[in-house]
Design a binder for this molecule. Structure first.
Ligand code: CA
Length: 239
């Protein structure tokens, strides 16, 4: 079954070019040219991945991403013409799994699409509900009162839902799958951002800060520990 991709780009020539290239690779492709139409399409359809331009008419890409993220966990790769670090950080913070700076080589875009589809498979709805009683421990990770539900992409603390972006979720999941093992920034970067991520490792510190502000600070726990000069670890829960 071919992956379904939504291309959101208001420059028609570029949108058409990307669409043709993706179709040539065997993907099923839809395009949208405005933020509002894109959000509606993304919410109504079932896409495996969205390529989202930031500079869009009506709603900009970051706003589309924020609103989409509240509703469903479709992975998003941002297309940005700007090279500003702020754009990338706010894009990643808003939940994008990756970004590509325009102009891009189509091979680079295709490579990032393959990585994103592999690292962020969209759970199949329907089969998810049926499995609800028989989840294995691999699908649910526990740390005391905290529960990370992999197929549902949900994190709760004592039943209180914690809203995480895709990358924060992936980071927490990686740490919880490796309790008592100190993970270096490079290892986390590879897991969270993919092998071909070209940015700085301090982006990991930024995500750790976000996670602590959403979990440690709110629920008065010390979950993620910093091991100076090495990396980060979540120790196994001791009551
Ligand atoms: Ca644009």
């Amino acid at each position: 079954m071919s992956a379904k991709i939504l291309v959101v780009e208001d420059e028609e020539k570029l949108a058409r070019f990307v669409q043709l290239e993706l179709q040539h690779e065997g993907y099923e492709v839809q395009t949208q040219g405005s933020g509002r139409a894109a959000l509606a399409e993304a919410l109504a359809g079932s896409y495996d991945l969205i390529l989202l331009d930031i500079m869009l008419p009506e709603l900009n890409g970051l706003e589309v991403l924020r609103r989409l993220n509240k509703e469903k966990p479709t992975p998003v790769i941002l297309l940005t013409a700007r090279d500003a670090v702020m754009d990338k950080v706010s894009g990643l913070d808003a939940g994008a799994v990756d970004y590509v700076t325009k102009p891009f080589a189509i091979e680079e875009l295709l490579a990032r699409i393959r990585v994103a589809l592999k690292l962020h498979p969209v759970p199949v709805s329907g089969s998810m509900e049926e499995k609800s009683d028989g989840l294995s421990s691999e699908e649910q990770l526990r740390w005391g009162p905290l529960l990370l539900d992999v197929p549902r992409h949900r994190v709760t603390m004592d039943g209180h839902e914690i809203s995480l972006t895709n990358r924060e979720f992936l980071m927490l999941r990686t740490l919880l799958e490796n309790t008592d093992i100190v993970l270096s920034r490079d290892t986390l970067l590879e897991k969270v951002c993919g092998y071909d991520y070209a940015g700085e490792t301090n982006v990991i510190d930024v995500y750790i800060r976000y996670l602590r502000s959403k979990i440690d600070d709110v629920f008065s726990v010390r979950m993620i520990r910093t091991v100076r000069g090495v990396g980060y670890v979540i120790n196994a829960w001791k009551s």
